[in-house]
Write a protein that binds this ligand. Structure first.
Ligand code: FE2
Length: 277
């Protein structure tokens, strides 16, 4: 018989899930695999991060180590799949009630589409439906050509932390031209609670009100400066919009990315799609 989960962790996890009024909670962006990128450098640090995620009510995590950019050639799809398998085994041994799924955060590059076809790059939860793209932070890139390529491959882009791009933060309207490709905007939890400053916080809410589908994710790297703050960000979205919107962004939309939300995602904010029409 399997060992029971750590009872204190289960208690904290259920407490947070009770606040969200949810059975499951998915973090779709997390650097939790040990020794692979700029996340935890050891298994111990990785397990500490996993415990912190559980305390925030998280039940499933898509591990998203960096691919391309400065990690070019260092983090392959087979390496990620194996690291996820090994971490899941450790979570069972340590009685930590969390399931890790494989994925990646891919630095935007003209080779993304072809490398996805060659299975060099990972899709989210390895489902070949969603691709998490990372923009440079200081430079605006029009993603439209890449979004079109992905759409032709029946893949939907999830754009990581657009609010932390300096150009987009100053002018969120700039990304309206992407709307015909229907990317999902993935806002970092720390952004909505002000960890990256007031302008990034304001840009987060402005982007969420543009009419794109959006969701929140931790982008956690450790238990110190880049720790998960899912509960705090749920509260921030609840305060800014409503409980309904917080559930959409923090619970239902992330669940959809792992195939756990059968209903199509609806519009979420007051402005919604009317602004795009
Ligand atoms: Fe990240």
């Amino acid at each position: 018989m399997a060992a029971p989960w750590d009872s204190e962790l289960i208690r904290r996890q259920r407490q947070s899930l009770g606040v969200y009024q949810a059975q499951r909670c998915v973090d779709t962006h997390c650097h939790c695999l040990p020794g692979i990128d700029d996340g935890p450098s050891s298994l111990e640090e990785s397990l500490a991060l996993c415990r912190a995620l559980v305390q925030q009510g998280i039940t499933h995590v898509i591990a998203t180590p960096h691919q391309l950019g400065r990690y070019e050639g260092a983090v392959s799809a087979p390496v990620i799949r194996q690291a996820v398998k090994t971490l899941n085994e450790s979570l069972l041994t340590e009685r930590i009630p969390l399931t890790i799924l494989p994925g990646a955060e891919i630095r935007v590059d003209e080779r993304v589409a072809s490398l996805l076809q060659e299975d060099e790059l990972m899709t989210l939860a390895d489902r070949r439906r969603h691709v998490l793209l990372e923009l440079p932070f200081d430079l605006y890139l029009d993603l439209s050509p890449l979004l079109a390529q992905l759409q032709a491959m029946d893949l939907r882009a999830v754009v990581a932390h657009p609010e932390r791009n300096r150009v987009i933060a100053k002018n969120p309207e700039r990304i309206r031209s992407w709307s015909e490709y229907d990317p999902i905007l993935q806002i970092t939890c720390g952004s909505v609670v002000g960890r990256f400053g007031p302008s990034v916080q304001a840009a987060s809410f402005a982007l969420m009100d543009l009419g794109f589908q959006a969701l929140l994710a931790s982008d956690a790297h450790d238990t110190q400066g880049r720790s998960p703050c899912f509960a705090e960000s749920f509260a921030a979205v609840n305060n800014h919009f409503s409980f309904y919107v917080a559930q959409r962004y923090c619970i239902e939309a992330p669940l959809h990315l792992i195939g756990g939300c059968p209903e199509p995602l609806g519009e979420t904010t007051s402005a919604g799609k009317a602004q795009l029409a």
